[in-house]
Each structure stands twice: as C-alpha cells, then as structure tokens.
Write a protein that binds this ligand. Structure first.
Ligand code: ADP
Length: 568
C-alpha cells in the first residue's frame, strides 16, 4: 500500500462504524476512533495495548499478534479477549498494516464483537475495505505529488481503478445555468468507453438530471446506486451500463464553500458494492479534491495577478522609454544649430591645416617637418569632429542608461556649450557658479545632460519676454553637508505659481505654444532613477529656480550656506 499521511488516518477511521485502534509496531496506541472509545473507554495515546488484556496470557497473545501483523507474518484475523465496557468478551480482531508517510509501519486493528457470517464473506468484506483504503491512499498521493490540477485528477482516477476492483471512475465539474451539465474532466478504468457521449446533468427539469450524479450535485450529498439493473432513476443509462457491466456506483459531490463545484463517481461490476465504509473514504477523497481545486484556483489567480502586474510594469517601462526618446527628439531642434556650430570649428581647422600642409609640400624645397605638423593637427581636428558625431549619435541611441563616474561641472559646461546659439539668439546672459570641489556622481552622462538641457532651455524660454530688464540665467553646482551634489538653474523670467509647482511635473502640462509638457516629468524620473530629487521653487532673481540633488561620489565637503538652504 502506498504511504498515507498520518493526519488523514483520523478521518479514515472515524468513517468506519466498528471500533478501530491504530497501533505502532511496538504495540503502543497511536489513535482510536469514537466507537473504540465507546467500547473500551479513553485510551491515552502512547499507552501500551496490553491495558486492554484481562490477563497476562491474553496480553502476550495480543502483543504477539500485533508484532506478527507488523512484520507482515501470520494471519490477519484472530479472536482475542479484550477488556471493554461491554465486558471482557472475545472480540474478533482483524489486523492490517499500512505504511505512514514518514515510513513508519502502523497496524490497523478493527474489532468485531463476534465472528460474522461465513469466513469467506468476512474475508471478501475485509478485502473490499482494504481495496478502498488502498485506492484512497494512492489518490491522496496523486493529489500531493501532482503539479497541476489535470494531472491530479487523472492521477486520482487511475489510483482508484488501479487494482481493477472498480470498473470505472470519473471526476466531473458542475457547469452553471443555463447548461446545468456535469462536464467530465478526468476518468479511468476498464469501462472508460462508457464515458463516450455520456450525458450528465444536474437540472431537475430533465430526466438525465434525476440520476445518481444529478441528485448528488443538487442535494450536495453522496448518492449510492445499489443496482443499475433495477433502479428506476437510472433508466436513461441502463442499456449502456449493461454493455459495460456496470452494476453499482457511488457519486460524491464536492464543494467550494456552500457551492457544489463537482462530483467524483466510482462504479463496480457487482450490485451493492458500496457500503458506508467506502462512502466515508470517497467522501474524504472528494473533500481533498475540492481543497486541491481551491488551491489550484488560488494559484491561478495569483499567477494571473502577477502576470498582469508584470505586463503593466513592462508597459510603463516601454512608455517611459518612448517618452524619453520623444523628448530627446524634441530637443534636437533646440540644439541642432549649436551642434552645427560646434562641428564647424574642427572642420574649418581641418581645411586650413590641410591647405597649409599642401603649401609646405608645394615649395621648391618642400618643408616636410611643417607639412607633418599641419597633417598632425588635421588628424587631431578630424578626431574632435568624430567625437562630436559619436556623442550626438550616443545621445539619440541612448535607451539603456550606462552608469559611470562623472564630473558634474564638466557635464554642465558641455550642456551650456550645446545651447550657445539659443543663448545668443535670446540675448541671455549666463552666469555660472560651479563648485571648485568638482563634485562627482555616478550616473548616465547623456540622461543627466538631458535634464540639464531641459532646465536650461526652459530658463531661456522663460526670459525671452523680459522687455524691460536684462535676461539672466544662473547655473550653479555645489555640495551639501548631507553628501549630495546640488545643481540649480535659476532665471529672472516669468516665474512660477508658488501654490502649485508640482503640476509642472505632470505629463503634458505646458503653457507654451508648441510645448509638449514632457521635459520636466521625464527629467524628474531620470533624476529619481539616479536616487536623487528634482524640484522647483521661486528664485532670488525673481523668476524660477529648478534644483536637483544627487548622491555625491566624493566625501562631502561643507557647502556654502546659500547652497545648503536652497536644497531644503
Ligand atoms: P514644455 O517645455 O514642453 O512646456 P516642460 O515639462 O519642460 O514642458 O515644462 C512644463 C511647463 O513648466 C512649461 O510649459 C512652463 O509653463 C513651466 N516651466 C518650466 N520651466 C519654467 C521656467 N524656468 N519658468 C517658468 N515656467 C517654467
């Protein structure tokens, strides 16, 4: 017999009508059922079975019987005198051994007051119950070891018919109205073909709803079909059942909460094959099946929720990446002219140096040394132009941030260079106050420069309409006493509404014609991805002040009080 969980044994023996004791191999009591307690009084666990013997001779006989059974030797049935509430009568004891999941052999001792019927009948009954117990143990095992519900249900069906005692078994799930059918989801047994085209229903309006499975599902109670040949409600299936030699069956419904969700049915080839004992076992099995279905459904719900969360996360990431790309393209226009200006310089130098080299070579006495020097300068400038192109390409291709140590002043100065043309066109005076400590951070250069570019271009936009006052932009860097690098971009432009600076960071908030309202929210998400903060406030110049703080890589040195104050 397959191993069986000890916890399941209690329900199993309570399902049996007669007194049952489960003993360990050393004759100590493991558990007893209510019928045994009623017969012998309370028997504490771990008590020696000998307490039930009226004298030493009987006690020895009993212990020997227990040991014989435990070793799998000797008969499985013996008459013993046991001390009970109903006197020290001769009880007939039947022993059988099962193996618990932890590997321990346990003896099931079932007591009958007097031998009943001819020995052959007793033997057949015992065998029948043992089969049922075996089917139960194998089914429980199938439930425990299956990864998914389909396998578990298949495993249960195969386990029940494994020893060929039962001709057929199936598991069906209840379909809601209007169909009200019972959908068979697993089945096994030599009569499996009986299930082909089998129609089952739990509707009380149809004849096929009045049979064993319909009644079991509707009433939420097991149904025993004693004889398929005579039972009137079985008429719709009788001919088919006769073909497959099916004579009796038990159908046990199982529920989720108060709602019946399915049924398990077992068929035998003889009438009256199912008594209260088998019924108890299959009821227990149906309970476990319902539990497994509940567990599986909970798992499926959890998995679906997890997948939905992942998909949402992925979608957010994709949207964010897309927005970043869009914002980068939008800034192209802003600094394309600066770029052209920047790249023109090395190209002009290349032209000049190449012409100089040619002149040195064209002399009557070519000056090779000067020609070489001019060519070296050409190579240097070509490299510079190449670097600018490379950096530009990186700017557009940068989807995955590459974190590296970077000098924040360098990055700011380079970004200011990008916007020289805009500065000149808007006639903006840019003042810089960069920390001499040259603060460094760990970050993606291109992303951080995109933030700087957004703040600087916004500042330039904000001062464009200053008609009666100079247009000022102040860019600063510093280190706070809490170990952060602080960058601020301040202007004397239109200024911000101090009661609602947060809405500037909402996607698509813009006050500009042709604005898109993505620069600030994307800048904030970039800074936050760098474990920093980006915020806005009114500045001392009368316009807006935008600041961002990032964890500094250097050990913090004391910042100036003004910078520290600005970080709050
Ligand atoms: P866009 O520049 O496309 O409008 P942003 O997200 O960069 O998108 O800016 C959103 C809004 O924040 C701007 O439309 C403007 O109203 C306001 N804003 C940003 N920077 C400043 C600033 N320096 N001075 C005044 N208002 C600003």
């Amino acid at each position: 017999m397959s191993p069986i969980p000890v916890a399941s044994l209690r329900d199993l023996i309570e399902a049996l009508a007669e007194p049952v004791l489960i003993l360990r191999a050393d004759a100590r009591i493991l558990m007893t059922n209510k019928a045994a307690t009623a017969c012998f009084g309370e028997m504490p666990a771990d008590q020696d079975i000998r307490i039930l013997a009226p004298d030493d001779a009987v006690a020895d006989d009993l212990t020997t019987f227990v040991r014989c059974c435990a070793r799998g030797q000797g008969g499985v049935e013996r008459t013993l005198s046991l001390r009970g509430a109903r006197s020290a009568a001769g009880f007939r004891c039947r022993g059988s051994v099962i193996r618990a999941l932890d590997g321990e052999d346990l003896l099931i001792l079932r007591l009958v007051e007097a031998p009943v019927g001819p020995a052959a009948a007793t033997e057949a009954e015992l065998r029948r119950l043992n089969w049922a117990l075996g089917a139960y143990a194998r089914s429980s095992e199938a439930l425990i070891h299956s990864d998914n519900l389909d396998d578990a249900m298949d495993g249960i069906c195969r386990a029940i018919v494994a020893n060929d005692v039962y001709a057929l078994t199936w598991v069906g799930l209840v379909e809601p109205p209007p169909s009200k059918s019972i959908r068979i989801v697993a089945g096994a047994g030599r009569a499996i073909s009986y299930l082909e085209n089998l129609e089952l229903s739990w509707s009380d309006a149809a004849a096929i709803g009045m049979g064993p499975s319909g009644s079991a599902v509707r009433q939420g109670r097991p149904h025993i079909l004693r004889d398929a040949l005579t039972e009137p409600s079985f008429a719709p299936w009788r001919d088919q059942a006769r073909l497959f030699d099916l004579r009796s069956s038990v159908t046990v419904p199982f529920s989720r909460g108060d709602e019946v969700i399915g049924a398990i049915a077992v068929y035998a080839d003889r009438p009256d094959a199912f008594g209260p004992e088998e019924l108890g076992l299959f009821e227990k099995l149906a309970e476990e099946l319902a539990f497994a279905i509940g567990l599986q459904e909970a798992r499926a719900r959890l998995k679906a929720a997890e997948e939905a969360r992942r998909a949402a996360e992925e979608a957010t990431r994709e949207t964010q990446a897309e927005l970043t790309r869009v914002a980068r393209l939008l800034t192209v226009g802003e600094f394309a002219s600066s770029l052209a200006h920047e790249i023109n310089q090395p190209i002009a130098a290349i032209m000049a140096n190449s012409e100089a080299a040619l002149r040195w070579l064209a002399r009557d006495v070519p000056d090779i040394a000067e020609a070489c020097a001019a060519t070296q300068r050409t190579i240097r400038d070509a490299k510079r132009a190449g670097d600018i192109v490379k950096r530009t390409r990186a700017w557009f291709a940068n989807d995955n941030p590459v974190y590296a140590e970077l000098d924040i002043n360098d990055a700011l100065e380079e970004t200011l260079r990008f916007t020289q043309v805009e500065q000149r066109q808007a006639e903006v005076t840019v003042e810089t106050d960069l920390s001499p400590a040259r603060p460094r951070v760990l970050g993606d250069r291109i992303q951080l420069q995109q933030v700087m570019l957004n703040l600087i271009v916004n500042g330039i936009d904000a001062v464009k309409d200053n008609a009666d006052r100079p247009r000022l932009l102040k860019v600063s860097s510093g280190l706070t006493d809490t170990g952060e690098v602080l960058v601020s971009v301040e202007d004397n432009g239109t200024g911000l509404d101090p009661s609602n600076t947060e809405r500037l960071f909402q996607h698509f908030f813009t006050t500009k014609t042709g604005g898109i309202g993505l620069g600030l929210p994307i800048s904030r998400s970039i800074i936050e991805a760098h474990r920093g903060r980006l915020w806005a406030s009114g500045g001392a110049l009368g316009g807006a002040l935008f600041l961002f703080a990032l964890p500094a890589l250097t050990s913090p040195t004391l910042a100036s009080p003004a910078q520290t104050g600005a970080a709050r």
